[in-house]
Design a protein around this ligand. Structure first.
Ligand SMILES: [Zn+2]
Ligand SMILES: [Zn+2]
Length: 201
């Protein structure tokens, strides 16, 4: 069983994904404008691919572990009801996206667009979703694998609810409070982050 290890840009914060195999997780690229705005707001537009895509891995929250620097984890929301978007506070590296409560075990670990060990463990077949937000000439014309992504999320979520794995979410305390206080972007911050800047992203 493969465990992938990740570190933020400055190396202070470290986390991992256990059970890293195509059977247990679904890799996807999301082109939605919210994912792009999150990366830009953090000053990490470089984590987007050339078409503005965010590479993510939908997985069981219990498979994610924080190893070092849990104090350096922050969470922001693009709007008052937006998803929880997790990042490090030491160097603003994007980490993950979750629902606002661990009771909904929707968890996507954010990945760099291309990483050899990640490709080897999770495979390279990716669902392509929200392609309407893709940028540039070479943007994908149509969504791919959306049905599979949704089906597999539902299966994972049901299983996590039944076996209690949903409680082992490293981004939430046992009483369901998030481990960091959510920060909601102001409209100005959100507007600034929604504007493509460099090289079309
Ligand atoms: Zn860091
Ligand atoms: Zn997205």
């Amino acid at each position: 069983m493969t465990t992938l290890r990740f570190a933020c840009d400055c190396g202070t914060t470290q986390w991992s994904l256990a059970n890293a195999q195509p059977k247990s997780a679904t890799r996807a690229t999301c082109y939605c404008t919210d994912c792009q705005a999150f990366a830009r707001h953090l000053g990490h537009a470089g984590t987007l691919d050339a078409q503005g895509g965010t590479t993510l891995n939908q997985c069981n929250p219990a498979d994610i572990q924080l190893h070092q620097g849990a104090d350096n984890v922050g969470v922001l929301r693009l709007s008052p009801k937006g998803l929880f978007r997790w990042h490090t506070t030491c160097c603003n590296t994007p980490m993950a996206v979750t629902a606002h409560s661990p009771g909904v075990p929707f968890t996507s670990l954010l990945l760099a667009p291309a990483q050899g060990d990640v490709d080897a463990a999770l495979g390279t077949d990716q669902a392509l979703v929200n392609v309407g937000g893709a940028l540039g000439e070479d943007r994908p014309a149509k969504t791919h694998g959306m049905g599979r992504l949704v089906r597999r999320f539902i299966l994972r979520a049901v299983r996590a609810r039944l076996n209690g794995d949903w409680r082992k979410n490293p981004f939430f305390h046992p009483d369901r409070r998030p481990i960091a206080t959510p920060v909601v972007l102001t409209k100005d911050e959100r507007d600034a982050a929604s504007t493509p800047q460099v090289m079309g992203v």
